[in-house]
Design a protein. Structure first.
Length: 182
């Protein structure tokens, strides 16, 4: 539970700051929270994961432009930039480096056949691509307010990722050994 809170700390802080102080305070809060995550990770583990670095670079760049120009458009692109970064990382590492990142992340926890790892890698890449497009649609194409986008970012985005992860669990479950207690 503590790891889950740590992972979602910037988005939760963004949401709370938005509700009380608006988009620009929320942007600054997300930037500070992500910076805190990187510092905490470095102090605790003496390393910072690629995902966390990517989040820091993207929120610092797009959040900084948002604050500098006083234009919320840039921070609204942040989720899409992160999702599409993950898409490119999954697809690129598979095609060019012949490395399955999903297997790298989860291989120590579960054992799956190569074909299942390949399918998972493709599914996650497609999921991240679609999530990026959905963010663009909610933020820009469908005429929703910034408040609706913020609510979607927290509840809709996380909800869709949770459902997708559950569906992946169903795919993975057929490869797991049966529990033979008793």
């Amino acid at each position: 539970m503590q790891k889950l809170f740590f992972d979602f700390f910037p988005i939760i802080l963004f949401f709370i700051a938005f509700k009380f102080f608006g988009i620009y305070a929320a942007t600054a809060a997300a930037m500070a929270a992500t910076g805190f995550q990187v510092a905490w990770s470095w102090l605790k583990h003496r390393k910072v994961g690629t995902t966390l670095w990517a989040n820091l670079v993207i929120i610092t760049l797009l959040g900084g432009i948002t604050l500098l120009l006083h234009d919320e458009t840039f921070v609204k692109w942040k989720p899409t930039a992160v999702y599409w970064f993950f898409t490119l990382a999954l697809v690129g590492s598979s095609l060019f480096l012949k490395k399955n990142l999903i297997r790298t992340l989860l291989g120590a926890q579960i054992e799956l056949p190569d074909a299942a790892w390949s399918i998972l890698n493709v599914y996650w890449a497609v999921c991240f691509f679609v999530m990026g497009f959905i963010n663009v649609a909610v933020a820009f194409l469908l005429g929703f307010s910034t408040e609706t986008w913020v609510n979607f970012k927290l509840f809709g985005g996380l909800g869709m990722m949770f459902v997708f992860a559950l569906l992946q669990g169903v795919l993975i479950s057929k490869y797991l050994p049966e529990n033979k207690d008793g």
